[in-house]
Write a protein that binds this ligand. Structure first.
Ligand code: F6R
Length: 247
C-alpha cells in the first residue's frame, strides 16, 4: 500500500487525477471502476480539464460504477447515473454505451445484481477502482456489518441515510430505501485500487481501515489484503494517522 498525502482537497484531487490519467494513458482500453460522492468531484474536474487540453482520450475507456439507488432512473438528478453524466461523462469523449451503472429501474433485485456482475465479468474485470470512504469505513454501499458481502447486492439504506437524503427530495416517500452496490469481492478483484479521502470527518475511518484489524465492522479494512492499493489523502483525513506517527 502506498499513501500519498496532499495539503488540501485541491492537492489530492490533482494527485488522484494524475494517477487515473496514467492508467488511461498506459492502457487506453482500460476498465475504470468509478465512484460518486463529493470526494471525486475535484478529480473528475481535473480529468475534464486535461481532456480539454488534449492530454487525455477516453474514446476506448470502459467504466463501471460502484453503486446506484434502486428505483431511480438516470434522469433523476439524485441518481448516480445522472451524477456521472453531469460530473464526467458529458464533458469528455467517452462512449456512453461503455459506461455502466447498476440499473436502478430494475425492480427484481436478483436480476439487477446478477446482470451487473455479468457486466463486470464481460468487460474483463476492473483495471483501476476508485473509492471514496464513508465516515464509518464503508466503501460503495458496503456498510459495517457481520460479514463481507461478496458480489453486487441490494442493500437496505439505514434510517439515518434515508433521513439525510430526504433534503434532496420533495418528500420522504420519494427517497430511495434501497441501493444496488458492488460487493467486496468485486472491489477486491480490481487490479489496482485508488482510495481518496478528504477532511477530518474521514480521519478515524481512514486510520481504522489502514491500520486496524481487518473486520467487516470496518469494510474498507479489507483493502489491507489487496496487493495494489494507492491512498491519496489530505492532511485532514490523515490527522489520526499522523498523531499516531504511523507515517
Ligand atoms: C460513492 C460511494 C460511497 C462514497 C462514500 C464517501 O459511489 O459508493 O461509498 O464513496 O460515501 O462519500 P463522499 O465522497 O461524499 O464523502
Amino acid at each position: 500500500m502506498i499513501i500519498y498525502s496532499g495539503k488540501d482537497y485541491n492537492d489530492i484531487s490533482r494527485k488522484a487525477a494524475n494517477i487515473m490519467s496514467a492508467q488511461i494513458i498506459m492502457k487506453p482500453r482500460a476498465v475504470l471502476g468509478l465512484a460518486t460522492g463529493s470526494t471525486p468531484v475535484g478529480m473528475y474536474r481535473q480529468l475534464i480539464e486535461w481532456y480539454r487540453k488534449g492530454d487525455l482520450d477516453f474514446s476506448q475507456i470502459t467504466t463501471v460504477n460502484l453503486d446506484e439507488y434502486k428505483g431511480l432512473s438516470g434522469e433523476n438528478e439524485q441518481s448516480y447515473r445522472y451524477f456521472m453524466n453531469n460530473n464526467l461523462f458529458d464533458h469528455v469523449n467517452i462512449d456512453k454505451s461503455r459506461t455502466f451503472v447498476p440499473n436502478g429501474l430494475e425492480k427484481d433485485s436478483r436480476k439487477a445484481c446478477s446482470d451487473y456482475n455479468q457486466i463486470i465479468h464481460t468487460v474483463g474485470g476492473i483495471d483501476m477502482q476508485l473509492l471514496g470512504i464513508g465516515g464509518n469505513g464503508h466503501i460503495g454501499f458496503n456498510e459495517p456489518g457481520e460479514a463481507f458481502e461478496t458480489e453486487t447486492h441490494c442493500v437496505d439504506l439505514t434510517e439515518s441515510t434515508i433521513q439525510a437524503n430526504s433534503r434532496f427530495f420533495n418528500n420522504l416517500d420519494e427517497v430511495p430505501k434501497q441501493a444496488y452496490t458492488m460487493g467486496i469481492k468485486n472491489i477486491m478483484s480490481a487490479k489496482k485500487i485508488l482510495l481518496i479521502a478528504s477532511g477530518e470527518s474521514k480521519a478515524e475511518a481512514l486510520y481504522r481501515s489502514l491500520y486496524g484489524p481487518v473486520t467487516p465492522n470496518v469494510p474498507a479494512s479489507i483493502l489491507q489484503l489487496h496487493p495494489d492499493v494507492t491512498v491519496v489523502a489530505d492532511e485532514g483525513a490523515l490527522k489520526v494517522i499522523r498523531e499516531k506517527e504511523l507515517i
